[in-house]
Design a protein around this ligand. Structure first.
Ligand code: GLC
Ligand code: MG
Length: 252
């Protein structure tokens, strides 16, 4: 029987990854809480939500207080304070011109702006119907590049389109935190279910868990980029995370 690997860092998306089934969430919380106390495991939430929207979720669901919150699809990192990490803000500020991007996007009738609460300093967000994505996104990308701007366009859950500074995604935010905390990718687990989680899986050799209820865009990406350090769970949400933690021998 092989020994357990110490879990140094667990990064998880919230909606439909950690959150979605209350009883398995409770079970996973107990394990993570114990690991944090005994091993010093760090817990990070990486969500598309704004910090305010995360706080709303935290009033309705049993969530452990994270060691860091990566919010707004990676563009904001909160390390126990109410203001985003200034070093991360500085990185994202280079060649980012929010108004220019919003003006270009406003030329597309199919892009419906999301509510003001989800428009963030480094994230411009819309709703877009899946039937027109392949027509709209390449043209949008081209117009933005023509202006000399470098952005990432991320489509999630067949409805949400986010425009972020290049390198402002969840995955790059995790690399930033790993560097700061000096944590090895082999002792890091990342978990997700949708398009805005793809970046969690694509930069390093973190152990990746894709929950059983994952959206088609993440499943497709996984099929095109097979890696033995990624695991597609059978179970949904927190139960899928637990299944993956056992598969990678972080949990008995
Ligand atoms: C969350 C955010 C939304 C974003 C979506 C996908 O739902 O609230 O603004 O578009 O995640 O990233
Ligand atoms: Mg999700």
């Amino acid at each position: 029987m092989s020994l357990l690997t110490p879990l140094a860092l667990l990064v998880t998306d919230l909606d439909n990854t950690l959150v979605g089934d209350d009883s398995s969430l409770e079970q996973l919380n107990q394990i993570l809480d114990r690991y944090r106390r005994n091993l010093g495991t760090k817990i990070v939430y990486a969500t598309g939500r704004s910090r305010t929207s995360y706080q709303e979720l935290a009033t309705t669901k049993q969530l452990l207080t994270p060691d860091a919150l990566i919010a707004a699809v990676g563009t904001e990192i909160y390390l126990g304070s109410a203001t985003p990490d200034p070093e991360w803000v500085n990185k994202l500020s280079v060649n980012w011109h929010r108004e220019k991007i919003a003006a270009i996007a406003s030329q597309f009738a199919d892009l419906e702006p999301q509510p003001q609460s989800e428009q963030r300093p480094f994230k411009v967000s819309y709703y877009l119907s899946a039937s027109v994505v392949s027509a709209v996104v390449p043209r949008l990308q081209e117009l933005i590049s023509d202006r000399g701007l470098d952005v990432e366009i991320i489509y999630s859950g067949n409805k949400d389109l986010d425009i972020l500074p290049r390198g402002g995604d969840k995955g790059t935010a995790v690399q930033f935190l790993r560097d700061r905390w000096q944590i090895d990718p082999s002792q890091t687990v990342v978990c997700g279910d949708s398009g805005n989680d793809i970046s969690l899986f694509k930069y390093g050799m973190e152990r990746g868990i894709i929950v059983g209820n994952a959206q088609s865009e993440l499943r497709l990406w996984d099929e095109l980029h097979p890696a033995d350090y990624h695991y597609l769970a059978i179970a949904d949400c927190a139960e899928g995370i637990l299944e993956g933690l056992k598969y990678f021998r972080f949990v008995e």
